[in-house]
Design a protein around this ligand. Structure first.
Ligand code: DGI
Ligand code: FE
Ligand code: FE
Length: 192
């Protein structure tokens, strides 16, 4: 799909602020794809659509989770998690994107998952470091992103979990699994 067509389709789904965030994610994801020799076109499309479902009514998202064999525990960990898997579903159904790599990058952009591939890591980290992001610790992850993508993901996950814990929020088990997977992968790599 052409960039301009994709942007037009997603703009209608988002607020102006969230659209600006999306443009930042696109720019960052394409730069990371260039840097790490990933598929730039897939990175661009995944970034454009990563928050496609962000403003769907909560009940519609819950219904989509229940009706489509998505993990039911998603419903117990707060509504913020739903837009990622529901986004992957809607981008396939409403936009007609069938590329599983793109859909998985959207599906796992909030929690990550163990064994993430390059495209998934790029979207995950581009979402975290795009120029509009201003939270504590983001500068460190911005630096790491172009030096060591796995360490950048680990740090982003750590920051997110610390943020959630400070607010007494639930941490979704997949987020913890992703963090552990990065830690053990990095450990093994440094031992050899
Ligand atoms: O959609 P964005 O705001 O661009 O970013 P995102 O998709 O990473 O979503 C961030 C939100 O998701 C933020 O409010 C924290 C929340 N979140 C991320 N991981 C978890 C989580 N919420 C819970 N309850 N558990 C998690 O593991
Ligand atoms: Fe998101
Ligand atoms: Fe986002």
């Amino acid at each position: 799909m052409e960039r301009e067509k994709a942007l037009e389709l997603v703009k209608r789904q988002l607020t102006d602020h969230r659209y600006e965030h999306t443009l930042g994610v696109v720019d960052t994801a394409v730069k990371l794809a260039e840097h790490y020799n990933a598929d730039k076109k897939k990175a661009e499309i995944a970034a454009i659509f990563h928050d496609y479902a962000k403003f769907r009514p909560k009940e519609e998202m819950r219904q989509i989770v229940r009706d489509n064999q998505m993990p039911l525990d998603l419903l117990e960990f707060g509504t913020e998690l739903l837009h990622a898997p529901v986004g992957a579903y809607l981008v396939e159904r409403e936009v007609g994107i069938y590329d599983q790599e793109i859909l998985n990058a959207i599906r796992y952009h909030t929690t990550g998952r163990p064994g993430m591939n390059l495209l998934e890591k790029i979207i995950f980290i581009a979402d975290y470091i795009e120029p509009g992001r201003r939270f504590p610790g983001v500068e460190e992850v911005r630096q790491l992103a172009f030096e060591n993508l796995d360490k950048a993901c680990t740090q982003a996950l750590k920051n997110t979990m610390q943020f959630l814990m400070r607010q007494n929020q639930l941490i979704y088990p997949l987020t913890v699994d992703t963090y552990n997977d990065f830690i053990s992968t990095i450990k093994k790599r440094e031992e050899t």
